[in-house]
Design a protein around this ligand. Structure first.
Ligand code: 4NP
Length: 166
């Protein structure tokens, strides 16, 4: 038996370290879903283990706070087997991490796997570049792309939730 929350929408955002991109995606998507009244469980994780237990990168915290979103309380973790049953959607920030997620997926996992930009018209499959070795501008660019993706997923999942209830 797996701890299941699959009766509702659960979204897990996944990047490499879970300290830059996926924490921003978690924050942006939580705000976007709350703004729409979409009830869902939101979390983020990394495919790698380097940063387990770490807070988000200060540059990610700063760029989110400029938009009024507080991500400072998040703590990095690595994606685990149970995530593939607990979450309805696992959304990767780039292609390598989607492949990393796929490689870890149990055969009977129920989560749908996708990329962040898949929900954005005309930008399907587009990766969010890793800003970790970049400057502030790289974090600002990552935030812009991520918030577009997060808004689009919130919109899409709101429609799906309505269809499920209908
Ligand atoms: P993230 O960025 O995957 O967006 O959290 C990275 C953070 C740390 C490392 C790589 C990417 N690292 O190699 O330590």
């Amino acid at each position: 038996m797996h701890g299941g929350i699959n009766h509702t929408i659960g979204v897990l955002f996944v990047c490499l370290g879970n300290i830059c991109r996926s924490p921003m995606a978690e924050g942006a998507f939580r705000a976007a879903s709350q703004a729409r009244g979409l009830a869902c469980h939101v979390d983020s994780a990394g495919t790698a283990s380097y940063h387990i237990g770490h807070r988000p990168d200060p540059r990610a915290v700063e760029v989110a706070s400029l938009k009024g979103i507080d991500i400072s309380g998040q703590s990095a973790r690595q994606i685990e087997r149970n995530d593939f049953y607990r979450f309805s959607h696992i959304i990767a920030l780039d292609r390598a991490n989607l492949e990393g997620v796929r490689a870890k997926a149990p055969r009977d996992g129920t989560a749908r796997l996708a990329m962040l930009m898949d929900a954005v018209e005309g930008r399907r499959g587009e990766p969010v570049a890793d800003p970790y070795y970049g400057d502030t501008a790289a974090f600002e660019a990552a935030w812009s792309t991520i918030s577009l993706g997060a808004e689009a997923w919130a919109e899409l999942l709101l429609l799906e939730a309505k269809t499920m209830r209908a």
